[in-house]
Design a protein around this ligand. Sequence first.
Ligand code: UT7
Length: 352
Amino acid sequence: MNDETVPALSAAPLLPPHVFADQSSRGGVAVRALLAGAGGYLPRRIVTNDDLAARLETSDAWIAARTGIRQRHIAEPDETATFMGATASRAALTAAGAVPKDVDALIVATSTPDEAFPATAVRIQHALGIAHGFAFDLSAACSGFIYALGVADALIRTGQARGALVIGTEVYSRILDWQDRGTCVLFGDGAGAVFLTAGAGSGASTDRGLLSTHLHSDGAFGDLLSVDGAVGRRDRPGVLLMNGREVFRHAVARMAEAVDEALAANHLTHEDVDWLVPHQANLRIIDAMGRRLHLPTERVVVTVDRHANTSAASIPLALAEALADGRIRPGQLVLMEALGGGLTWGSALLRV
Ligand code: UT7
């Protein structure tokens, strides 16, 4: 397209600046997204490090020492992104004491949708028997769940949704090069979901609900972690490629910034954090983040040993597990952070 043929947008702002001011507080009452319930689904088949070592030049010792991973769940053909996401969603609704008709927005974070379109979100919406509201997919790789939380939070705060299912569902096993020991040992499949509902509060950080999300991306680092193809390219279905050392370096630095940003924005310190629920890519990264927050290891939710890296599903899976077993309790402050392909990264603070 020739730029000259496109009329320039008005140089003056289309809306006066005050329209963009925080609309979340109406008459002294702040609308907030409350966590009502969480659920997860893991594929039936477990693949251990030893299983991989039987057909690859790798070992349980290397994988465990470098990543903390001991096993991962790998989807069978019937365990699609839709099936896993719908199953996790049903579990989240059950935990919330809610029913599908309570859902008016459904957001799926995935890099491995079943089809280019319709969105996996719409397939899940139908599988749950929901015929109202709206559903869409969001692509931000391993940060997808944090991004989807941010979008759902905005929809709820602005009154566009009252009940939002936020789902991470991934079948990375289908985009891995199973001959590449540098990447295939790191990932697993699964889905996690949370159900958020609109609630009211004073706007203070002691209120229940999502306090804030902070989202970032920088495409200059797009080639550090990518899938070099897609449905739009018949010549290349694509496999996952990663410069592990560089991604590791960015992960520690960028997530630390996003954590500081979240705490500062809410006038909180690391001492206020009850739980860290981080993206589960590597135990060394998780430990580094926990140390930075001065959190004892028992205050950090870890699933990477059993799930490996399930990308956008890793945080909701970990959250669902720690809520279900009673570790995370109502009133506690949960800090979530992630970094993934894009690069994308971000954080979310939630008072359960
Ligand atoms: O979720 C998105 C975010 N992703 C991440 O945060 C991942 C970040 N990166 C990492 O977690 C780590 O960089 C890895 C786990 C991917 C790799 O760990 P590393 O300590 O950075 O290892 P390396 O890539 O520097 O590789 C060290 C050695 C290499 O051999 P040489 O060149 O030193 O002889 C690799 O070839 O380990 C070798 N290696 C393996 N050996 C046995 C790489 N993969 C394997 C393997 N088994 N599976």
